[in-house]
Ligand binder design. Structure first.
Ligand code: NAD
Length: 510
């Protein structure tokens, strides 16, 4: 029988970490003892083996979630009680932030502390901030935001034309939700999915990425400690083609919420359509533009553009991977940007000065280096960076390509690494056309001190989120999601409650 926990050496000390599947509040091995290995991207060494959910395991997890939905959760647990448990989970996550951040650094490569402001002082008012304040601090805030919603999910009373009748609506929990998340923000994506689903009364089978399963499993310990009834949240790490497919194809899953690539999003939608037409929300990829106009504060704009492509090593769905600059300021802006790029410290994620750790995996590392080589061959010019950093681990130098053209793959495709394509425009209309020349529509930024131009351009950009004179900042109470092939539905804010509720209309004759 495979093990269901291991002990890992973190800077904090020896820490016990679960490695089994989490079903009905217990860690169990996968059927047949199947496992996969998770790897430390800084050292390329195997961290440990983790149970790999098979179809039969997904059946067990879904059955546990269904039972909880019908007995202890869903309509059987008042919103205030659900809210209390979610608040408790947030408190526990906050208590354990350091261990979670260190475990994330080990499994994902994300720096524990990020000296963001040395590079982008505009980002957080000149103060050093810890990496965990984004991923984990923000996840705690997300849980609290939705804990507050749990007892405020109301319908409407509607007068009808017949005075003897009225109608009212109820927002009922959808039921059992499959949630499939990627590896770039393993804790934050977990929180974005789990928090609104729990607030609405849904039960969950969560499938974390096979590249970064450890923090999702560590969080399951907190679910037990917080006092959630068995089966409300289950966690089934495993391969996408096995566990992920089984979840999206399952006949007793009412909804699948997915964050990941557009390619996988299509497969999930197809599986949902072919099985039981379960509801689907998709948060997918992007190729987001940043436009820098001649009136912009160039130093600030350069900070945001830097942050846009180097934050999280560029492994960001809203990575600002295309920057277009007005021709009159191009040379000056490029000089500023290169200087800032060259200050990015790439290295050990446990080092407090590190801004960029390694990319998550060998596959991602080779993919990003492949794009860089292809860009060079296609005739784009490397201004800075352009290869790996060091000889061990999946570290890549932050890279700027100039002399780009619209048909190059580095300009069209999501690279998901610290690789920026820098282009030039003459007019506002040209800038908008370049920005919108993509099948994606997740994020877009514009930098200008002309308020009317900001209004015009933000209105014309085809993206679910537009940042004006900033980039990549999100709030838990503001919706987030994609236009075009970047997704279906919205996460965060009140909008996310629609993902996990069904509206029932009751016609009442009295
Ligand atoms: P991915 O699509 O490869 O995998 C995401 C998840 O889907 C993983 O858990 C994986 O195991 C699972 N999966 C893979 N194949 C599956 C299948 N056939 N059926 C069901 N599940 C399957 O994506 P990734 O490489 O982990 O993450 C990077 C992608 O995620 C990028 O494209 C990025 O833009 C996107 N992303 C989007 C957002 C957003 O909010 N829009 C946020 C983060 C990441």
């Amino acid at each position: 029988m495979s093990k269901v926990s291991t002990t890992l050496a973190l800077p904090t000390g020896q820490v016990a970490v679960p490695t089994g599947l989490f079903i009905n509040n217990e860690f169990v091995p996968a059927v047949g003892g199947e496992t996969f290995q998770t790897v430390n991207p800084s050292t390329e060494e195997v961290i440990c083996a983790v149970s790999s959910a098979q179809v039969a395991d997904i059946d067990l997890a879904v059955a546990a979630a269904r039972k909880a939905f019908k007995t202890t959760w869903g309509k059987n647990c008042p919103g205030t009680e659900r809210g209390k448990l979610i608040y408790k989970l947030a408190d526990l996550m906050e208590r354990d932030a350091q261990v979670l951040a260190e475990l994330e650094a080990l499994d994902n490569g994300k720096p524990v502390k990020i000296a963001r402001c040395a590079l982008a002082h505009c980002f957080c008012a000149g103060k050093l901030r810890e990496g965990r304040d984004f991923d984990i601090g923000d996840s705690v805030a997300c849980l609290r935001y939705y804990a507050g919603w749990a007892d405020k999910i109301h319908g409407q009373t509607i007068e009808t034309n017949d005075l003897q009748k009225l109608a009212y609506t109820k927002h009922e929990p959808i039921g059992v939700c499959g949630q499939i998340i990627p590896w770039n923000y393993p804790i934050q994506m977990w929180a974005w999915k789990v928090a609104p689903a729990l607030a609405c009364g849904c039960t969950i089978v969560m499938k974390p990425s096979e590249l970064t399963p450890l923090t999702a499993l560590k969080l399951c310990e907190l679910i037990v400690e917080a006092g959630f009834p068995p089966g409300v949240i289950n966690c089934t790490p495993g391969l996408g083609s096995v566990a992920g497919h089984a979840l999206s194809y399952h006949l007793d899953v009412d909804k699948v919420a997915f964050t990941g690539s557009t390619v996988t999003g299509r497969k999930i939608m197809e599986a949902a359509a072919r099985s039981n037409l379960k509801k689907v929300t998709l948060e997918l990829g992007g190729k987001s533009p940043n436009l820098v106009f001649e009136s912009a504060d160039l130093d600030q704009a350069a900070n945001w553009c830097l942050l846009g492509i180097t934050y999280n090593m560029g492994q960001d769905c809203t990575a600002g991977s295309r920057v277009y600059v007005q021709d009159t300021i191009y040379d000056k802006f490029l000089q500023l940007l290169v200087k800032k790029f060259d200050q990015v410290k790439v290295g050990n994620p446990y080092d407090e000065k590190t801004f960029n750790g390694p990319l998550v995996s060998k596959g991602q590392f080779e993919k990003v280096l492949g794009f860089i080589e292809e860009g060079k061959k296609a005739g784009a010019k490397v201004i800075t960076g352009g290869g790996r950093e060091g000889t061990k681990g999946y570290f890549v130098k932050p890279t700027i390509f100039a002399n780009i053209s619209p048909n190059m793959r580095i300009v069209k495709e999501e690279i998901f690494g610290p690789v920026l394509s820098l282009g030039v425009f003459k007019t506002e209309a040209e800038a908008i056309a370049l920005a919108n020349a993509t099948t994606y529509g997740l994020g877009a930024g514009l930098h200008s001190n002309d308020a009317k131009q900001c209004m015009r351009v933000s209105g014309a950009l085809e993206a679910g989120t537009v940042w004006v004179n900033q980039y990549n900042l999100l709030n838990n109470n503001v919706p987030f999601g994609g236009f075009k092939q970047s997704g279906i539905g919205r996460e965060l804010g009140q909008y996310a409650l629609d993902n996990y509720t069904s509206v029932k209309a009751v016609h009442f004759n009295y």
